[in-house]
Write a new protein. Structure first.
Length: 291
């Protein structure tokens, strides 16, 4: 398509600017990488200004819900109650939980405690307990735009070794984000995350990764954390994706619960920690949209 577009035509992104003043340089640069054999993003993955604004607004709501729920993550509360609070807060702010009914998922949020790696389903039989580490993964639809982020909560007296896991997992995300810049690669992020986790004696879950987000809940690219620097999809301005490595205290192996088909646990029963941010590749670096 880009080949047919004249330099004085309006840009494909809908900015209203001439192509030569808008995406022409980015497209040319991308094409040089594609010709060298690198994986480059399809144009439909590059968000326009209006789309970015929509995702940014959705992200603000997602952040507000995570800010709100923090004080309720305490000893004795059920994950069902946290789910209800998150559902109501999201509605109050004008959004819809993206998790709800997503591929049959029954609740508004994923809450994953200790050895649950991700996709823990809220239940009135699951209690938050003193000494546990809890991941709350919130995803929101607002005006048709999707946002996604998660945080860890340490409940009461958490043993120092578990606190350290939580801290290092957060550092991993920060180091991954530092790698996000135009004309870098997804693999740069994976390498930075993986190096920091393994240097601290931890392992990184291989099978589950981050994802593009914005117009859909889950878009291309898939973002893994066992990838090598200089490999994987080229980072081009306008790409939006999550960085959400799952860091295990023990072995990287995971298993999915056979009865509910969602809950993912570590095989060795040791704890796992995860933080998730959504980032936008900008023309000069990156912008963190959710945290
Ligand atoms: Zn453009």
């Amino acid at each position: 398509m880009s080949d047919k577009l004249g330099r004085n035509d309006l840009c494909w992104c809908g900015s209203g600017r001439k192509y030569k003043k808008c995406h022409a340089l980015i497209d040319e640069q991308t094409e040089t990488y594609r010709l060298k054999g690198y994986e480059v993003p399809h144009r439909k993955l590059l968000k326009t200004k209006q789309q970015i604004e929509g995702i940014r607004e959705s992200s603000k709501l997602n952040i507000a819900v995570l800010d709100f729920i923090g004080e309720y993550v305490t000893d004795g509360v059920t994950t069902e109650e946290l789910d209800r609070l998150i559902f109501e807060k999201t509605k109050e702010l004008g959004g819809v939980p993206a998790d709800l009914n997503y591929e049959g998922y029954p609740k508004s949020v994923c809450i994953s405690i200790d050895d649950v790696v991700c996709h823990g389903i809220p239940s009135d039989r699951v209690f938050i307990r003193n000494g546990t580490i809890v991941n709350i993964d919130v995803s929101t639809i607002y005006n048709g735009f999707f946002s996604d982020s998660s945080r860890m909560f340490c409940v009461g007296d958490v043993p120092s070794e578990k606190r350290r896991l939580v801290d290092v997992a957060k550092e991993c995300v920060g180091l991954g984000i530092e790698q996000v810049k135009p004309w870098g690669f997804l693999g740069d992020i994976g390498q930075a995350v993986n190096d920091h986790a393994t240097n601290n004696g931890y392992s990184v879950v291989r099978e589950i990764g981050g994802h593009g987000v914005g117009l859909e809940f889950h878009e291309e690219p898939w973002v893994g954390y066992v990838t090598k620097k200089g490999t994987g999809m080229l980072l081009v301005p306008g790409l939006v994706f999550t960085i959400e490595p799952m860091i295990n205290m023990g072995k990287p192996n995971i298993k999915t619960d056979k009865s509910d088909h969602w809950t993912v646990r570590t095989v060795d029963g040791k704890p796992s920690a995860q933080w998730e941010n959504t980032v936008l590749v900008t023309e000069t670096g990156h912008e963190v949209l959710t945290y």
